[in-house]
Design a protein around this ligand. Structure first.
Ligand code: 5MM
Length: 342
């Protein structure tokens, strides 16, 4: 493990005024997304869609890294350029999703544990040859009646620590993603409690495994009321609660924090990040690693006519990337949405 390499990559991932696009939808998820916009889930359509994202001119102004999926990291553009090579040329760091998905946790109905540790050392070596500089692992924590259990939080935190250690051993920055799901009718207070517990356990396990925080990025959900909660959270409430929890539970030495959007509206996710960055300066940069909150309009436009609409889809991608990049500086305002090119 070369800590300087890890620190350098992590610093670039959360470079000032930039963020990360999550384009690492697994086979099942991309099918769901394509089904929703009426596109056939073929390898060529997946390649073409991802090519549309990756080739957007000027994306590097707002985007520091893009998370790819196993299939995607092996794909090429129309002119034969491997996707990770294209990104590297643009100065965008290629990342890779390395977990094998969230599976039912034995003896714990309604809960999941993320798998993928077996053979991970060898897979990381292969991804490194493809040019991957960071690797993401997503754990899912569900809030419900009597959930989450400590067993679920512990099992996921332990797996995240083992994956992070393997990443750092390979000089790949772990992007640790414990996602507290927004699904359900829970209050913001309950989400606060569960997020605190999850982060506390995660960082305890990471520490025990010897993972260097300076070479680690946290990808977290925000503290927010459940989608079906009677009382929805305001932008201020989300920003204040999220920052409070992060300050209490995230080590100061951590290289950076990026957020997932988790089913929030596109503009809502941007507004939350913006508010947090307006509220002050923190020990770590606060940025984004959205999938849906960036890609929603992009995929919709592309799906209407993949070949003819590539440029329009890219304009939407650049716009949402720019809005979120401004939010990392606290310089976004909803007035700017009037300039939307879609
Ligand atoms: C793109 O979705 C990622 C992979 O999910 P699956 O393993 O379910 O296919 C996901 O990890 C994503 O990176 C995060 O959830 C952030 O995405 P959102 O849409 O929540 O911003």
């Amino acid at each position: 493990m070369d800590l300087n390499v890890l620190k350098d990559t992590a610093k670039k991932m959360v470079a000032l005024g930039k963020g990360i696009i999550a384009a690492d939808e697994s086979s099942g998820t991309i099918k769901k997304r394509f089904d929703a916009v009426g596109v056939q889930d073929s390898e060529e359509n997946r390649r073409h869609y991802r090519q549309t994202i990756l080739t957007a001119e000027g994306l590097e102004e707002f985007i520091s890294g893009i998370i790819l999926y196993d299939e995607t990291i092996r794909q090429k553009t129309d002119d034969g350029t491997p996707f990770p090579e294209l990104l590297a040329k643009k100065g965008i760091l290629p990342g890779i999703k390395v977990d094998a998905g969230a599976k039912d946790l034995a003896l714990h109905p309604g809960e999941k544990v993320t798998e993928g540790l077996d053979g991970l050392r060898e897979r990381l070596a292969e991804y490194s040859k493809f040019g991957a500089k960071f690797a993401k692992w997503r754990a899912v924590i569900t809030i419900g009646q009597g959930l989450p259990t400590e067993a679920c939080i512990d099992a996921n935190a332990h797996a995240m620590a083992r994956y992070s250690a393997l990443c750092q051993e390979a000089d790949i920055v772990p992007m640790v993603e414990p996602e507290v799901l927004i699904d359900g009718d829970h209050s913001i207070e309950r989400c606060n409690e569960v997020t605190e517990q999850t982060l506390e356990e995660t960082f305890e396990e990471l520490k025990e495994a010897g993972v260097a925080p300076e070479g680690t990025i946290l990808k977290t959900s925000m503290v927010i009321a459940g989608k079906k909660a009677a009382k929805q959270s305001s932008v201020d409430e989300v920003a204040e609660a999220t920052v409070r929890v992060l300050k209490a539970k995230v080590p100061k030495e951590l290289a950076g924090i990026v957020f997932l959007s988790g089913g929030q509206g596109d503009e809502q996710a941007t507004a939350h990040l913006n508010k947090m960055n307006q509220m002050g300066k923190y020990s770590w940069p606060l940025s984004f690693s959205y999938a849906r909150a960036i890609q929603n309009p992009v995929m919709k436009i592309w799906a209407e006519n993949p070949k003819a609409n590539a440029a329009k889809a890219q304009a939407a991608l650049l716009f949402r990337s720019k809005m979120n990049a401004l939010a990392t500086l606290g310089k976004y305002s909803d007035e700017m949405e009037k300039e939307r090119p879609y």
